[in-house]
Design a binder for this molecule. Structure first.
Ligand code: WQD
Length: 337
């Protein structure tokens, strides 16, 4: 049974990926510093799969702790999620983002090389494209100057990995996520925003639950069919499954370059208003919202061209926007208990 280290494995996308890895008979070891999650997520994973992953509370900024982990644990591959990911916060605290998202990657890559761990899946983001000129967005779309330090850390990380693959046996796949939403159908794991949610879906579910008074729609004057911004909302379980097929591509040596990129989305764009209407219909709820001014740093529209992932990974999203919005609401209700 191949052993996989998942950094940030108690996070939102990380935890859903751990479940799919275990369902595909990988043995999973998790490193998480618990800075943006809780140990209850480990209980949730274990309850779903009946297999408790080995958990290590490690801050990847602690170089010695990372070295120690690799000295004591032989792994066949790494999926690297651990990073700070709030766009707005990164503008206010850029150095925290460069330290936490870049230094940690360097220490991880150094120990992987030292210990001959050659397979890496990296959690990247469609943010690297900025506002793409052509939609849907392919992997060949130009990388734009990042609109935030968070987005810049993803671009820099991809370049660091590319350079590392040129001087070692490292093989890597960077998955550029669009907008992950929803939760596992067991309602045992889901999105756990700590404090006021930055992202749309947790803000919607907290408004519907009465935790937030009303949802502010950031901008009604975009050049889109209804004036609200368009994104590609992908069910987090579909996204999690993409990591498993990407890992299997590396283990079966099917990759065509030392570092490959894949856009992971549904290929469909939905406006904020369309998401709200879909949420209301899927959950028979009425949402309180108002349109306010645009949020700094937001782009008008982004949705993926998923041809490459469909063809090369044999992966495509299967769950719908409504499935994701239903699961997000059920999870919100669960959190209230
Ligand atoms: C979606 C849309 C907002 C909240 C970010 C990161 C990206 C990835 C996903 C990590 C936008 C609008 C939001 C609200 C709103 N994160 N919105 N009211 O900004 O597309 O992407 O999260 O990898 O890298 O950039 O996601 O959910 O914040 O916003 O109107 O209260 O919803 O303006 O149009 P975003 P989001």
């Amino acid at each position: 049974m191949k052993k996989i280290l998942v950094t940030g494995g108690l996070g939102y996308i990380g935890s859903h990926t751990v479940v799919e890895l275990q369902n595909s008979d990988f043995e999973v070891l998790i490193i998480d510093d618990l800075s943006n999650t809780t140990m209850t997520v480990l209980d949730g994973i274990t309850a779903i799969t009946n297999k408790k992953p080995n958990f290590f509370k490690i801050d990847l900024k602690n170089k010695d702790a990372v070295a120690n982990f690799f000295k004591e644990n032989k792994v066949d591959g790494v999926i690297h999620f651990a990073a700070s990911k709030a766009v707005g916060e990164s503008v206010k605290q850029p150095l925290k983002y460069y330290e936490n998202n870049i230094n940690t990657l360097i220490y991880l890559l150094q120990e992987m090389e030292q210990n001959k761990v050659k397979n890496l899946i990296f959690s990247s983001s469609c943010t690297v494209y900025g506002q793409a000129k052509v939609l849907p967005i392919t992997e060949k779309a130009p990388i734009k100057i990042a609109a935030s330090p968070y987005g810049n850390t993803k671009q820099i990380a991809e370049e660091i990995i590319a350079d590392a693959t040129k001087v070692s046996d490292l093989k890597a796949i960077a998955l550029r996520y669009f907008n992950p939403i929803g939760g596992h159908d067991s309602i045992l794991i889901g999105e756990l925003p700590i404090g006021e949610p930055q992202n749309l879906i947790p803000y919607i579910t907290q408004t519907a639950a009465g935790i937030r008074k009303e949802l502010s729609i950031f901008g009604g004057d975009y050049d889109t069919y209804d004036g609200t911004a368009v994104r590609d909302y992908i069910h987090v379980v579909d996204l999690a499954k993409a990591h498993v097929v990407a890992l299997q591509r590396l283990f079966t040596k099917k990759q065509k370059a030392a570092l490959e990129f894949f856009n992971i989305g549904t290929g469909k764009g939905s406006s904020v208003l369309e998401v709200i209407y879909a949420f209301e219909k899927a959950n028979n709820k009425t949402l309180n919202y108002k349109i306010v001014s645009r949020r700094a740093g937001d782009i008008t529209a982004a949705y993926a061209d998923t041809t490459l992932a469909n063809k090369e990974l044999g992966w495509k999203s299967e769950l719908t926007l409504e499935d994701a919005l239903r699961s997000a609401w059920l999870w919100q209700e669960e959190l209230k208990k």
